[in-house]
Design a protein around this ligand. Structure first.
Ligand code: C2O
Ligand code: CU
Length: 479
């Protein structure tokens, strides 16, 4: 293990970091500040080719395409389109995959890219050979197809993305949301999926493919923020109504700390589905890879609201750009009475952690002594170096994820959900079941994990440059 002190960046490195940041993080000067007035409909839903109600069959094509990220410009991207429709074009995000809980879902991936790819179903508890990592399969070569199949066992908000060169492939646009609907969802006027991202654009609106040292260190932060692939879209809602917004953070490195002044926000779900009690809040922090479902109670009077992201200090002196509006909400029309909140929510079954529950520690660290070539580690090893963690099927363990780095790392484990423990070692019901948890710098987070899904799984930081530069490891759950 590398010592704490050995991982601290030198002061001179930080000085470089500071002077470079404002240039990168400044709001893009190439675009007008007002809304693009986009009235494009929400991202299309994949067409289900199987008429049976408990089966979903879709075709996803990964391909090159062009999208308008800034009004009046075209950006060459990689993305997904619905292969069932010959007229469908590549979009960012990819089309929404939606399935009822318990359905068998079959996805045919056709790779029309020039590079190999896979699809990982982030957060979905599925058989290990369907997980879409290179531990699970040989990557799908250009021109080839691969069909994924699994049962959508858990209701919730998930997402899909490649697990090959993820920092490049996701950044270029290969990502989409996957919603599994429970039969007894709370009653809402609208159920929206809002996929968050940021892109680094050149003045002509094209994607800047250049990756600099700062992108490697912090995870690339773009200069244009996107909601469902659109810059500052306008959403229309009815006064007094209640909506469910499902946020997915698909950005390589950016954290979103969301506010909607004038509306009431209640977090009702996280990675693993609904929480036992809704939690009213004014800010929802969404780290890369995480999902939050939020009930939004709109004001009873018409008007314009701004969905903003505010600064969250994730380390390395990233400057505060002030609140940034990422979408506008046009509340208009006849007011509706806000329905009563549901009175029953799913029960939370805490994992039974005891004094003799086996424990394990994983240490996250970074070395940026060479600012051009930062390295990231789990237990001192940069993937693929390092031994897999071996556990028995159905074992319960307490994991301490210790972050010795100078910035936060959102830690993701494939194939299972875990619970986050409080200081006394008790699972925290208000956080619910998670597959990705932010581990703040210079601190530890303790998790209770039941390894009920056998096979080879990946675990990594979801800042994609960190994962691809070493902060990734393997977990083997014995049969
Ligand atoms: Cu969304 Cu291995 O990750
Ligand atoms: Cu990280």
């Amino acid at each position: 293990m590398i010592s704490r002190d050995g991982n601290r960046p030198s002061r001179s490195t930080l000085a470089v970091t500071r002077s470079t940041l404002p240039v990168l993080l400044a709001v893009c000067a190439c675009a007008p500040a007002e809304s693009d007035g986009s009235t494009r409909p929400a991202t299309a839903e994949l067409v289900d080719l199987d008429p049976a109600p408990d089966r979903v069959r879709v075709v996803l094509v990964a391909a090159e395409g062009e999208v308008e990220l800034l009004p009046g410009t075209r950006a060459a991207v990689w993305g997904y389109r619905d292969g069932s429709n010959p007229d469908a074009i590549v979009g960012i995000p990819g089309p929404l995959l939606r399935a009822p809980q318990g359905a068998r879902v079959e996805i045919e991936l056709r790779n029309e890219l020039q590079v190999e790819t896979t699809i990982h179903w982030h957060g979905v508890r599925l058989p290990a050979d369907q997980d879409g990592t290179t531990a699970a399969q040989i990557a799908v070569a250009p021109g080839e197809t691969f069909t994924y199949a699994f049962i959508a066992a858990d209701a919730g908000t998930f997402w899909y993305h490649p697990h090959v060169e993820a920092d490049v492939q996701i950044e270029r646009g290969l990502y989409g949301a996957f919603v599994v609907d429970a039969p007894d969802a709370p009653e809402v006027a609208a159920d929206r999926v809002l996929v968050l991202d940021d892109v680094k654009l050149r003045a002509d609106g094209s994607l800047d493919e250049d990756t600099n040292a700062l992108d490697l260190m912090l995870g690339r932060q773009g200069n244009v923020l996107l909601v469902d692939g659109r810059r500052r879209p306008t959403l229309v809602a009815t006064p007094g109504s209640r909506e469910r917004w499902r946020f997915v953070n698909a950005a390589n490195g950016r954290y979103f700390a969301l506010r909607l002044p004038g509306a009431t926000l209640r977090v009702i779900g996280s990675d693993g589905g609904l929480l036992p009690v809704p939690r009213e809040t004014d800010t929802v922090l969404v780290a890369p890879g995480e999902r939050y479902d939020v009930l939004v109670d709109l004001p009873t009077t018409a008007g314009l609201l701004a969905l903003q992201t505010v600064h969250y200090d994730r380390g390395h002196d990233i400057p505060d750009p002030g609140p940034q509006t990422i979408a506008e909400l046009d509340v208009r029309g006849e007011a509706e009475p806000t329905p009563d909140l549901p009175t029953t929510w799913p029960a939370f079954a805490p994992l039974l952690v005891a004094a003799d529950t086996p424990t394990r520690e994983l240490v996250l660290s970074e070395d940026d002594t060479n600012a051009e070539d930062p390295k990231f580690f789990i237990d001192g090893a940069a993937f693929p170096a390092g031994d897999p963690v071996m556990v028995d099927r159905d074992a319960l363990e307490v994991w301490t994820i210790t972050n010795e780095a100078e910035m936060d790392h959102p830690f993701h484990i494939h194939g299972l959900f875990f619970q986050v423990l409080d200081g006394a070692g008790i699972p925290r019901p208000e956080i619910g079941w998670k597959d990705t948890v932010n581990v703040p710098r210079d601190s530890s987070v303790r998790l209770a994990v039941r390894f009920d899904n056998p096979g080879d799984w990946m675990m990594h930081c979801h800042i994609l440059e960190h994962a691809e530069r070493g902060m990734m490891g393997m977990l083997h759950v014995r049969e």
